[in-house]
Design a protein. Structure first.
Ligand code: 16G
Ligand code: ZN
Length: 540
C-alpha cells in the first residue's frame, strides 16, 4: 500500500523547474539538463506505475541525451521486453511532468490519483526499476531526482550507474534481480565464440580496429568488454575515451559528428588504409564505420551500408540453409536512406524494403510485425536485427531434423549463432560492431570491398529555422508535405529537373528546425537542388 501525499517533501525538493512544457518525444524527454529535475522526478513515478501495472516486472529507465552536446540530458523508459515505452503511455508521462511543473502539489496529487485510479493498480505489488545513466556531469543528480519517489512506493531499484543505453535495455529484458553488466559481456562474447567456432580458418579482413568512443560511456564499457574478446582486443585501440571529462562528450567526435561532417573525428592523426574505423555516439546505441583509401580519402560506411551488408550475409545464410521459403527476411529504412541502398537491396539482393517514419520505435515496430528476420537501420547508424519466434521455431526444427549436407547444417547453425550476436532489444554500438566484423569475415570483404557493393548517390541534409515548424505536416512516411499548402508541388517541380533527384522536407522531432534532404546524380546537382528547396521553404 502506498500514500502519494507522502511525496510532498520530495516534490518540493526536486521539482524546481516551473512552468516548463515537456513532451515525451521520439527518444523520451530531452533538453538542457538544468530544466530536467521536475521531469526526472515524474518519470520515476511513471516508471513505477508501469511496473505496478505489469505486476512488478522490471521497468528500465535510462538517463542520457545520446549524441547531444554535454550540457543537455534526457530520460527514457524501457519496457520489460527491452523495447521502448509503449506509445499509449507517452501521454501519461507528458501530462504528469507538465502538471508537476505548475508547482502546485495539491493539483499534482489530484492528477496522479486519477491516473492511478484509471490504471487499476494492485497496490500490494512491489514495483521494480533498473536504472542507469551516461557519463554527463548532470547525470548523477538527475538520477537522484529520478529515484526520489521510489521509497513512497516501496520500490526495488537496481542502479547500474554508468552504463550504455543498449546495455540497460538488455539487462531490463533479462528481468532478473542479480543480473550485472558482466552477464552482458559474457553473453555476447560467447555468441561471438560460437559463431567463429564454425569458421575456424577465418581471418579478419583488416589489420587494426580503431574505435572512437565519443568521450562517452561507450568508451569505458567497450574497454571492459574487450578482455572477453581476446582475438579482437589485440588489434583494437579505443580513442576519444575521456568519459570522465564530460565537457568533451560528442565534441568533434562520435557517430553523429562523423556522419554529419563526413570526416574523421578528432584523435586520428595518420589514418591507415588497411584499418577499420568505427564511431559510437554518446550513449553507444549508434555506430558508423569508415576507412581511408590509399590517397587518404575518407569513406563513410553509415547505417545504410551496415544494413545492406548484414542483409547480404543473412540472405545468403538463409539461402544456404534452404529455408528461404519458410522464413521471410526484409529491411526497414526511413526516407533518409540513400536511394542507391534501397535499389541495391531490392534489385541486387532481391529483398523487400519497407519505408517508415523517422525514429527507432517506428522502424522497430515494422521490423517486428512484418518480417521473421527484420533488419532495420537509420542512415545515422541506429539499428539492429529482429528475429521472430517463428524464425527460431523453424530453424530449431530444421537443425533437429538434421541435414545430409554439412554445408546446409553449418549455414543453419550460423544463422542461429548470428542471431545471438545481435542485441535485439535496441540498436547497440558494441553488438552491431561485432556483427559487422563477423559479417565482413564470413563474406571475406575488406572495408573497401564492403563500400564498393554499391555507390551512394550524392546527398545533402541541411536544416532551416522557420517561424513555426509545426505547420510543416507530412504524409507518405514523411516523404511528402501536406502543409503549407502548395509547397510540395513546388518541390516536385524542382526535383523533376534533376537526374535521379529526390528531396523531402520535414519538421525535426528533436530540434526547433525543419530538415531538408536532397539527393541527385552529382555533387553539383545535389547542391543546386538543396538550395532551390531551401529557398522554397524559406519563402513558404
Ligand atoms: C531521435 C531518434 C533517432 C532519430 C532522430 C531524428 C531514437 C532513439 N532516436 O534521436 O532515431 O533519427 O531522433 O531526429 O528514436 P529529428 O527528428 O530531429 O530529425
Ligand atoms: Zn544514442
Amino acid at each position: 500500500m502506498f500514500d502519494i501525499t507522502q511525496l510532498e517533501p520530495a516534490f518540493i525538493k526536486y521539482c524546481t523547474t516551473r512552468n516548463h512544457s515537456y513532451t515525451y518525444g521520439t527518444a523520451g524527454f530531452r533538453a538542457n539538463a538544468s530544466t530536467l529535475d521536475t521531469v526526472m522526478f515524474t518519470t520515476g513515478i511513471v516508471a513505477i506505475l508501469r511496473s505496478l501495472v505489469l505486476q512488478g516486472k522490471y521497468i528500465g529507465v535510462m538517463i542520457t541525451a545520446s549524441h547531444n552536446p554535454p550540457q543537455d540530458n534526457g530520460v527514457k523508459i524501457v519496457e520489460p521486453s527491452g523495447a521502448m515505452l509503449i506509445e499509449s503511455w507517452e501521454q501519461i508521462a507528458t501530462d504528469l511532468a507538465n502538471i508537476a511543473s505548475h508547482g502546485n502539489f495539491t493539483a499534482f496529487v489530484m492528477h496522479l490519483s486519477q491516473v492511478i485510479a484509471k490504471l487499476n493498480i494492485d497496490e500490494t505489488t512491489t514495483p521494480r526499476l533498473i536504472v542507469g545513466h551516461d557519463s554527463r556531469e548532470s547525470s548523477p543528480y538527475l538520477m537522484e531526482c529520478l529515484q526520489a519517489a521510489a521509497p513512497v512506493f516501496d520500490t526495488i531499484v537496481i542502479n547500474h550507474t554508468l552504463i550504455t543505453t543498449p546495455q540497460l535495455h538488455y539487462l531490463t529484458m533479462l528481468q532478473n534481480d542479480v543480473v550485472t553488466e558482466v552477464d552482458y559481456y559474457k553473453f555476447f562474447s560467447t555468441s561471438w565464440n560460437n559463431l567463429f567456432s564454425l569458421y575456424p580458418d577465418l581471418n579478419l579482413t583488416f589489420n587494426n580496429l580503431i574505435v572512437d568512443g565519443a568521450n562517452g560511456v561507450g568508451s569505458v564499457q567497450f574497454s571492459k568488454f574487450l578482455p572477453y574478446l581476446p582475438q579482437l582486443a589485440t588489434l583494437t585501440t579505443i580513442i576519444n575515451d575521456k568519459h570522465n571529462v564530460p565537457q568533451m562528450l560528442n565534441v568533434d567526435c562520435g557517430a553523429d559528428f562523423v556522419k554529419t561532417n563526413q570526416k574523421l573525428p578528432n584523435g586520428i592523426v595518420n589514418p591507415n588504409p588497411s584499418d577499420l574505423y568505427a564511431s559510437f555516439d554518446g550513449d553507444a546505441d549508434r555506430i558508423v564505420f569508415y576507412y581511408v583509401d590509399n590517397n587518404k580519402k575518407f569513406h563513410l560506411l553509415d547505417g545504410d551500408k551496415i544494413s545492406t551488408i548484414l542483409t547480404k550475409c543473412l540472405i545468403s545464410m538463409l539461402r544456404e540453409s534452404e529455408l528461404l521459403n519458410d522464413i521471410n527476411l526484409g529491411v526497414v529504412q526511413t526516407a533518409y536512406a540513400n536511394g542507391s541502398s534501397t535499389k541495391y537491396i531490392t534489385k541486387s539482393l532481391k529483398v523487400p524494403v519497407e519505408c517508415t517514419k523517422t525514429g527507432v520505435k517506428h522502424l522497430h515496430h515494422i521490423a517486428e510485425s512484418k518480417f521473421d528476420i527484420g533488419i532495420y537501420f537509420e542512415a545515422n547508424g541506429h539499428g539492429t536485427v529482429l528475429f521472430s519466434n517463428k524464425f527460431y521455431e523453424v530453424l530449431q526444427k530444421a537443425i533437429d531434423n538434421g541435414s545430409s549436407s554439412e554445408k546446409i547444417h553449418k549455414a543453419r547453425l550460423s544463422l542461429f549463432y548470428f542471431s545471438k550476436l545481435i542485441n535485439q532489444t535496441v540498436g547497440d554500438s558494441m553488438a552491431d560492431l561485432l556483427a559487422v566484423i563477423a559479417t565482413l569475415s564470413i563474406l571475406q570483404l575488406s572495408p573497401s570491398d564492403w563500400d564498393t557493393e554499391y555507390q551512394d548517390l550524392p546527398n545533402l541534409l541541411t536544416k532551416c529555422t522557420v517561424l513555426n515548424r509545426f505547420v510543416f505536416k507530412t504524409t507518405d512516411m514523411e516523404r511528402k508535405l501536406t502543409s503549407p499548402s502548395g509547397l510540395q508541388e513546388k518541390i516536385d517541380a524542382a526535383v523533376s529537373k534533376y537526374d535521379s533527384g529526390r528531396s523531402f522536407v520535414r519538421a525535426s522531432g528533436t530540434e526547433d528546425a525543419v530538415r531538408i534532404y536532397a539527393e541527385a546524380k552529382t555533387k553539383a546537382e545535389v547542391e543546386a537542388l538543396s538550395k532551390e528547396v531551401t529557398q522554397l521553404v524559406e519563402n513558404s
